[in-house]
Design a protein around this ligand. Structure first.
Ligand SMILES: Nc1ncnc2c1ncn2[C@@H]1O[C@H](COP(=O)(O)OP(=O)(O)OP(=O)(O)O)[C@@H](O)[C@H]1O
Ligand SMILES: [Mg+2]
Length: 200
């Protein structure tokens, strides 16, 4: 580490913000499998894109197929999974994007790690709060069925814990609020937050 001396580049985050006309953030969706993270993320990104914001989505399964394909679901690997994702998110923030991240991220400690890596002021936490029964009934990927049958171990909500965020920036109860309505609420929140950053 001692011999690693990072180079400082002339073009910085604020230069990119000026060029793009907006600041950058991570919008972090957390919740059980099937809670609706990817569905909401997709809708939010489309809305932001249509408003001409520069966005990029990071999503659990996509990352696990590529960058993190050597990682499993042990405690150690879950931490490393999120650490790498947080570092990638940080790069995308530096590049001036609104990063839309959808990861179960079940433990508070791990979400805190992400928040610390990307920087508290850059982190918007969205708790996709859908009761386990509803997620299990949806069973979009058929994984709950497999977990109940013992074919998948350490499955969040079944035999691995999910810790609810204590004070998320936004909470969506998807059994009470539709996708469109929630996505609009999130976009309004983000627009306001970006305005506040701009005036700092
Ligand atoms: N209000 C809502 N918000 C989001 N999703 C909803 C809502 N109502 C119903 N759904 C449905 O719930 C399912 C959520 O699946 P989705 O793949 O988005 O979950 P996920 O949280 O990304 O799960 P995973 O962690 O396994 O990737 C979708 O089929 C979606 O259509
Ligand atoms: Mg998903």
């Amino acid at each position: 580490m001692n011999n690693i001396i990072p180079h400082t580049f002339h073009i910085q985050r604020n230069d990119r913000a000026e060029l793009k006309g907006h600041g950058s953030l991570v919008i972090w969706f957390t919740g059980l499998s099937g809670s609706g993270k990817s569905t909401l993320a997709n809708r939010v990104e489309k809305k932001l894109f249509d408003l001409k914001y520069h966005t990029f989505s990071l999503d659990g399964d996509n990352i696990r197929r590529g960058l993190n394909k050597n990682l499993g679901f042990s405690r150690e690997d879950r931490i490393e999974n999120l650490r790498r994702i947080a570092e990638v998110a940080r790069l995308f923030i530096e590049s001036g994007n609104l990063v839309i991240a959808s990861f179960i991220s079940p433990l508070k400690k791990d979400r805190d790690l992400v928040r610390n890596i990307v920087g508290t002021g850059n982190f918007v936490e969205v708790f996709v709060n859908t009761p386990l029964e509803v997620c299990e009934k949806r069973d979009v990927k058929g994984l709950y069925k497999k977990a109940r049958a013992g074919e998948i171990k350490n499955f969040t909500g079944i035999d691995a814990p999910y810790e609810n965020p204590m004070s998320p920036d936004i909470e969506v109860k998807t059994d009470e609020e539709g996708v469109e309505e929630a996505a609009e609420r999130i976009v309004v929140f983000l627009k306001n937050k970006l305005k506040l950053i701009e005036n700092e």
